[in-house]
Design a protein around this ligand. Sequence first.
Ligand SMILES: Nc1nc2c(ncn2[C@@H]2O[C@H](COP(=O)(O)OP(=O)(O)OP(=O)(O)O)[C@@H](O)[C@H]2O)c(=O)[nH]1
Length: 309
Amino acid sequence: MSDVEHRAGFVSLVGRPNAGKSTLTNALVGQKVAITSAKPQTTRHTIRGIVNREDSQIVLVDTPGLHRPRTLLGQRLNDLVADTLAEVDAVGFCLPANEKIGPGDRFIAEQLARLNRKPLIAVVTKTDLVDRRALTEQLLAVAKLGTDVAGPAGWADIVPVSAADGFQVDTVAEVFSRHMPESPVLYPGGELTDEPEAVMVAELVREAALEGVRDELPHSLAVVVEEMIPREGRSEDNPMLDVHVNLYVERPSQKAIIIGKQGARLREVGTNARRGIEALLGTRIYLDLHVKVAKDWQRDPKQLVKLGF
Ligand SMILES: Nc1nc2c(ncn2[C@@H]2O[C@H](COP(=O)(O)OP(=O)(O)OP(=O)(O)O)[C@@H](O)[C@H]2O)c(=O)[nH]1
């Protein structure tokens, strides 16, 4: 792994009520608790926090659907779980050290096991509430649950942790990091703000567009979100947002840099930005990027107004 420069991705902590998900989120994130602005009705994920490490960034998201499993049945539930977890890179399944594994845990484990090839990390929480012997027994029981539902390979990892006294919190972050794909930072600056969503969307596109060409395009790039509109004719549980974004540069040569050979670079910019935007907004998006030359926009007051400065 030594040749990998940076990893980043999305993790969802799941588990039955009271398993310690929120407390662990806060312990992982530290003081930097994310504040997201009002979500569209289509919310699939809400970002709960961002863990910034030297060589990785883990974005913790909520996954609805597993909280009240008993109210949903069969295929509908499978679809929902598969759907809501489709975009995360790993799942942290929280099981308290001080409670016997119950039918609720087993049920969630079975649903998770259906997610093909998604790394499933069992997190045994609240270890401060039990002694060594009880913890060992619980770890064995959790391992057995893993092989019961997922076959011989079982969980991708099992990590004991106590959010209350800090035991192994860093190890949990380390294990999640290991399962993240190679990727540049998804949320530059590492924090979400309560700025309007359009501003954050523009910032994500801007960062993606500057990736690797920062020196060539120092301050010559402005990004404006023209519109974000729900795609018509989509069912309520499978919405999509059309996001139209203009990128303004000063010179045609800069436009060429952004677009790349036969548009290859712009496509990559779009793919990278889309991931972050989808997690931010909690819905699938179609991202439409246009690169335009706005000559000397930085010096022209009329242009600046148009660009929202
Ligand atoms: N002793 C101890 N208590 C913990 C720890 N983590 C969580 N708790 C307690 O366990 C209870 C449930 O924790 P939460 O983090 O709210 O659990 P949750 O999984 O987010 O719960 P829901 O929001 O209901 O799904 C709270 O009273 C926490 O204070 C821990 O590491 N040690």
